[in-house]
Design a protein around this ligand. Sequence first.
Ligand code: FES
Length: 350
Amino acid sequence: MVGAIGGGDEGAEPGGECLYHPGNRWGLVRIRSPVGACVGRPGGAVRVIYPGGREILAPAGVSVLEASRQAGVPHASVCGGRGRCSTCRVRVLKGIEGLEAASPAEQGVLDRIGAPPNVRLACQIRPAEEISIYPVLSPEAQAGAGADQPGYSGGQDREITVLFADIRGFTTFSEKKLPYDVVFFLNHCFEVMGDAIDGAGGTVNQFTGDGVMALFGMGGGSEEGSRQALAAAGAMAEGLREMNESLAEEMEAPLRIGIGIHTGPAVVGRMGRGEALYPTAVGDTVNTASRLQDLTKEYSCQLIVSAQATESAGFDATGFPRHELTVRNRTEPIVIRAIGDVRDIQGGGS
Ligand code: FES
């Protein structure tokens, strides 16, 4: 489906005769661009193609954002098209070579969000030839998704530390509790884990079931990240101990925790949709950290940390049991340390 837009006030009448160029029949007429170009005349309009095959004909000289607005295509634009927020950014699938190079101001915004070369600001590009675009953000994107976000937001390879923590036996525990109590205890656990992560300088990625995934070193580098993750693990264990103590009368047995920590490369970025767009990471490092957390059951310990994480943190783990194992979906064996009580990491093991 093709629609037509223009700066004039007379609308589109496909198949009619051009008001400004009598005799011209090009299928889209009576529309004049802000500079007076008639879209019924070849060269006076450009085709803009959106995801899903939607197409519009925009007068030459208007920005893609203006074209979207005039055609009623929803498009994020928190700063109103002033080239500051980056929320209008689009991935140019076809026609990037026909665009003028980004101005220093536009390039500055693109650099701040770590945009790849085929991403441009829709409010700044004025295509003279057919262009196919894919808006990066949903039309509802708010300021939080804009250029004030960290450089990895658009997707980058980074060396980070990933921590997974899980409350042991919570399913059995919850079977004997009323729904209200289950929510109360779970939220209390999340509070403890979230505070430990925030306090150490990490980012809570997601709470799932009775566990949490957290990322460290997204901004400060892997060495700082791995140190923060170990600190968070210690704070979690201590927080859970305090919680067990204060709620002892409400529980048949203290809640336990299993934590896995691994450092390595991952693809990081803001992922999701609409309001559920948040910083996250994907890749082998994430899967490995998750697997290490699972293995705490097998090794009957609170924490399993990879050698990559301890070395990156500069933490001497030689006092803790060492194991070399193969993790599912990973070809290289991995060296780990199994730590029975996380609070022992302050003393370096025994
Ligand atoms: S609308 Fe804000 S940069 Fe384009």
